[in-house]
Design a protein around this ligand. Structure first.
Ligand code: FAD
Length: 494
């Protein structure tokens, strides 16, 4: 017999609950532990996984394979074209290895939950136990309910319940050790697996040579890198986090989202370490920087809880059904301007160019461009949500859907629909010196003073024109009025 751990978006050895349990069971029976990862091109396509995310996951698998090999644990990877075929293929592999137990961490998106349910049923029929455990959230979905037993659809009371739950269950922040070497998984018996290679990216998800070089230097893979970043952040940056987190020009956030979404770092580890760095050891008291950072990680949990409680958000539906009937514009030319950072709104263009160049965008800028697309351009927010997934290295369904719903006012606990960001004022407020704009929009590098926020209207028309920077593609005041009217119309209000 053998025990199998199935890696999905949990590409780490430390603090991985399923891997820990699988290793414990294998050792207690003196049987081999085999790890498995399936690459499914159809899955990538269906979920619009960006090429940069695929590349990051495959590079991480290389690191993981080496780390596991040091523990005498083989990692088997295989490409399974059709995603429906995955459960059967895994069970066949387990049969071949004589494995009687598969462990994995639960993924909460609808397709994934269905897949796990199917595999559990099929496993039962074939005498293979499938154990799927809660791991990705600090507090598992389903654990928190309001006084009346309902699910929270507002962040603040949910967050208070989240903190109280962790204080009542401090073991929630206990991390799981990396498995120790397993002598039963001998190199001779599993030579083929130890010697096998990690697959290449499927053809339609491949990066160009230039992209490979660019992204690889920016985003080193693996859990060691994640831990280094976390350490550095807690040591050098968290103190100023609260005061600086909203300014995209300064590099003061943790830049750990790629590690949370690929699972190279667990949210539990991050919260536990941040709490330990706090003078009062509290989650919601003591140091304001640490407290603020923990509450951001809680947002990640919140959006995952939302998708478990209201799974229709996975099906292209707004969280608030009454927002289904907004008449959106489908102006392809404007959408392309937004995608490429050519809207003529410098802050928006800087942000979109950051995304296209790095596969990452600062949170404040994400809110800005999302509001701009949904309200100023009145383009269906789902197109933006999709573009983000296709380009982000940290693309995560729940956080992305939640962020878009927040900004477009159609989601859970959103901005009220009548609160419409003014892209010029946002720019002045969050990039007061225009540093972020100058970095990403070189056409405006020589524009001085406040003109950077709106060069054509504030005295730098010649410079902007000379360098080919476009004029604003819409007029904010008129767009705002149009958005208000359309939202009201969609909601059936006068
Ligand atoms: P830090 O400020 O250091 O925060 C630490 C961690 O907390 C983050 O890594 C992240 O896991 C979590 N976090 C912070 N803010 C949020 C938030 N608003 N919602 C949920 N989790 C949060 N985040 C993703 O990981 N993947 C996405 O696909 C994604 N799409 C987004 C789309 C929109 C429209 C918006 C407004 C936000 C989106 N976010 C997404 C949330 C947020 O922008 C990023 O998590 C953050 O910018 C990552 O940078 P960081 O690691 O330096 O964050």
């Amino acid at each position: 017999h053998a025990v199998v751990h199935w890696f999905k978006c949990d590409l780490r050895t430390y603090d991985n609950k399923s891997l820990y349990l699988a290793s414990k069971l294998a050792k207690s029976h003196g049987v081999p532990l085999i790890c498995l990862h399936i690459v499914s091109p159809q899955d990538y396509k269906a979920h619009m996984t960006s090429p940069v995310r695929v590349d990051f996951a495959l590079r991480t698998l290389e690191v993981l394979k080496d780390d596991l090999a040091k523990l005498d644990i083989p990692l088997y990877t295989e490409v399974v074209e059709e995603r429906r075929a995955i459960p059967d293929r895994i069970l066949d592999l387990c049969d071949g290895w004589g494995a009687s137990h598969i462990f994995c961490n639960i993924e909460y998106e609808v397709d994934e939950l269905r897949r796990e349910a199917l595999m559990t049923r099929k496993g039962l029929e074939r005498g293979i136990a499938v154990t799927a455990v809660h791991d990705t959230c600090v507090v598992a979905p389903g654990e928190l309910s309001s006084g009346t037993g309902g699910q929270y659809a507002v962040y603040s009371p949910w967050y208070r319940a989240w903190v109280a739950y962790i204080h009542r269950h401090p073991q929630q922040l206990q991390t799981f050790d990396t498995p120790s070497p397993n002598p039963a998984s001998s190199r001779q018996d599993f030579k083929d697996i130890f010697d096998s290679n990690i697959p290449e990216a499927p053809e339609n998800k491949r990066l160009t040579k230039e992209e490979k070089t660019r992204f690889r230097s920016m985003w080193p893979p693996g859990e060691h890198e994640a831990h280094e970043r976390l350490d550095k952040f807690l040591k050098e940056k968290v103190e100023k986090y609260k005061d600086t987190r909203n300014f995209p020009a300064v590099n003061t956030t943790a830049m750990l989202s790629v590690h949370f979404s690929s699972g190279t770092l667990s949210a539990r580890t991050a919260v536990a370490r941040a709490r330990d760095a706090n003078t009062t050891n509290a989650l919601d008291g003591g140091h304001v920087g640490i407290k603020g950072w923990i509450s951001e990680i809680a947002w990640r949990d919140f959006y995952k809880h939302v998708l478990v409680n209201w799974p229709y958000v996975c099906m292209n539906k707004p969280f608030k059904p009454e927002y289904t009937n907004i008449r959106w514009e489908y102006d392809e030319a404007l959408f392309q301007k937004w995608c490429t950072g050519q809207t003529g709104f410098p802050f928006i263009d800087a942000a979109m160019r950051q995304l296209n160049h790095m596969g990452y965008m600062h949170n404040r800028a994400r809110m800005g461009v999302a509001s701009f697309l949904a309200k100023d351009l009145l383009i269906d927010w789902r197109r933006g949500e999709r573009y983000f997934m296709e380009h982000l290295i940290d693309g995560d369904f729940a956080s992305n859907n939640g962020g878009w719903g927040f900004s477009a006012s159609t989601g859970v606990d959103p901005q009220p629909y009548f609160r419409i960001f003014n892209p010029h004022l946002q720019s002045e407020k969050f990039d007061p010196d225009g540093e972020y704009i100058r970095k990403w929009v070189p056409e405006l590098a020589n524009v001085r003073g406040k003109a950077i926020h709106d060069p054509y209207e504030r005295g730098s028309e010649r410079e902007a024109k000379k360098n080919g920077y476009p004029k604003a593609c819409v007029e904010h005041k008129a767009s705002r009025a149009r958005a208000l009217a359309r939202y009201k119309e969609g909601l059936g209000r006068d």
